[in-house]
Design a protein around this ligand. Structure first.
Ligand SMILES: Nc1ncnc2c1ncn2[C@@H]1O[C@H](COP(=O)(O)OP(=O)(O)OP(=O)(O)O)[C@@H](O)[C@H]1O
Ligand SMILES: [Mg+2]
Length: 249
């Protein structure tokens, strides 16, 4: 079967930012062998899918066996970023139509596998609450075929899908859009997830303009120089983890 084609972002600075994020996630994940991360945000169009895809690529490129699961079953297949005529995916598996293994595709990037959302489903909440979803999580945990499993989900203030996924996995990574996501909304979803005992890995600030980045963050220069950043990062790690932010262009 031909590999599912995945294209990396052409911008080196952007790729570096995703690598930095992958490195920070790795630092925060010393104890576990495998981690299931739900990527979510308050509102639509804040950059969840972009982040989920690029984070998965960065983790795979760093040598981690990574599975990206598109758990947004609400969009028609044609609206999907990685739509490539994948016939079966998560919704088909959850409704009993296919085996999990058969629906997971290998991609053109080493260590990066992908499970599409499958056909659009009118009731994703029912599928994500079904025993089949629990069985899938249990199977993935038992097999340990992947070091990281990244779930792309819909916006949390719109629908409960992301919360359901996060509560079954290990942690949530929140995306906030600079100049658009309200702090009060961010706090609402943080509280909602914490009430469900979800570990929040951090908030990724998306669409930061270079000038704003420079004004807000001292180590702006390292954004362009990953090697240099890693050296400095060891010194700044404590502060950076406390701040719990990662910056993407
Ligand atoms: N850092 C970025 N810089 C520039 N454009 C971006 C960035 N992140 C996302 N976008 C663009 O913004 C749009 C929405 O992004 P994306 O689909 O990732 O958001 P989403 O949160 O997954 O949306 P939805 O809630 O509909 O699933 C896309 O056109 C994407 O290409
Ligand atoms: Mg999306």
């Amino acid at each position: 079967m031909p590999a599912f084609e995945i294209y990396e972002n052409k911008n080196q600075a952007v790729r570096d930012a995703y690598s930095m994020l992958a490195a920070n996630i790795q630092i925060s994940n010393k104890k576990q062998r495998q981690q299931m991360i739900a990527v979510t945000s308050c509102n639509p169009l804040e950059g969840k899918t972009t982040l989920a895809i690029n984070l998965s690529i960065a983790l795979a490129k760093a040598g981690f066996r990574t599975l990206l699961i598109d758990a947004d079953m609400r969009k028609p297949e044609k609206a999907k970023r990685l739509y490539q005529n994948v016939q079966e995916g998560l919704s088909n598996f959850l409704s009993g139509g296919t085996e999990l293994e058969a629906a997971i595709v290998k991609t053109s990037i080493k260590n990066f596998s992908y499970l599409s959302s499958g056909r659009q489903d009118p009731n994703p909440i029912a599928l994500l609450s079904s025993p089949n979803f629990d069985a899938m999580i249990a199977e993935l945990r038992k097999k340990q075929d992947y070091d990281y499993i990244v779930f792309d989900t819909p916006a949390l203030l719109s629908v409960a899908d992301g919360a359901l996924v996060a509560s079954k996995g290990d942690s949530a990574l929140l995306v906030a859009k600079m100049g658009r996501t309200r702090m009060s909304d961010l706090k609402r979803i943080k509280d909602q997830l914490e009430r469900m005992d979800v570990n929040i890995l951090g908030v990724v600030l998306n669409k930061v303009k270079k000038l704003e980045y420079k004004l807000h963050y001292r180590f702006y220069d390292y954004f362009y120089d990953a090697q240099h950043f890693y050296k400095k990062e060891a010194l700044e790690r404590k502060e950076s983890l406390n701040r719990n932010e990662s910056i993407l262009s």
